[in-house]
Ligand binder design. Sequence first.
Ligand code: 6PG
Length: 218
Amino acid sequence: MPNILHSSFFVADATQLILDHAAVAIEERGRFFLALSGGSTPKAIYENLAKLAPDASRWVVTFGDERSVPPDHADSNYRMASDAWLARSEATVLRMKGELDPAAAALDYEAQLGAFPDFRHDLILLGMGDDGHTASLFPGTTALEETTRRVVENYVPQLGVWRLTFTFPFINAARKVVFLVKGQSKLALVQAIIEGDTDYPSERIQPVDGRLLWLVGE
Ligand code: 6PG
């Protein structure tokens, strides 16, 4: 049963959670593998990280998904995180190349991950949409069925766009997965997913040998 934490200090609690996991990972393994989520919710958290300016020289930062747009595009998750924090950090950033053909970009990202033998995320941050999607694993899309690859291109007919996304196997291989969800509108959905009585994509986030936490802000 996943844990759920209702937070009145969402940004501070999320930031501290990241810093705590970084400290443990670096202490135990010398590096911190962190996956960032996109969308709007995490922006304030990344801005807070920029303000606190932790030593991220041992951090390897990935993206759970990306839009098929160039890195300077307004819709780019990379651009949002870079402007908010990454550009001013010493982290090693593995960027999903949204400017490439989606299939080529997915293969390129797999190659970037391959540079780190036995890659395993210490912490993956996820958001959730009102339709229960997470990363770019949208209801009814092909990527939901991927069982071996870590990163795939995914056409999202609901939006009429291509996306790049981590797959369920890759996300569920993490040591810790944290959903960062804000807004009353999503509370009922979070509860239903935690109770396991839906077929939303977010319900299939079930770390195999890791922990799952829902951090829910007002
Ligand atoms: C994206 C995200 C996506 C996001 C949810 C929630 O690229 O949009 O990765 O999964 O986390 O859609 O988005 P909000 O935080 O904007 O509600």
